[in-house]
Design a binder for this molecule. Sequence first.
Ligand SMILES: [Zn+2]
Length: 79
Amino acid sequence: MEDNAIVDIDMKGAPACGRCFMLVARYAQQAVASTGTYHRECFEAWYFGRYGKRPRLVAGHNGDRHRFQVREREVDRAA
Ligand SMILES: [Zn+2]
């Protein structure tokens, strides 16, 4: 019973990945851009396909090591 409650809380409010549209679990490695949240693998695959290089992702602060902020300036310059 308690286990079920924990799963509910973890997925509540979880954003959908902007690329594969599956939910991004709270503690999954993820990339956060101004356009939305992506699985880290999804974002890297998309970015590499578009720009031909790996994105520069900055690990979040406050111990959020699984959450990476996308350096938007890099994206702008590449585009
Ligand atoms: Zn995804």
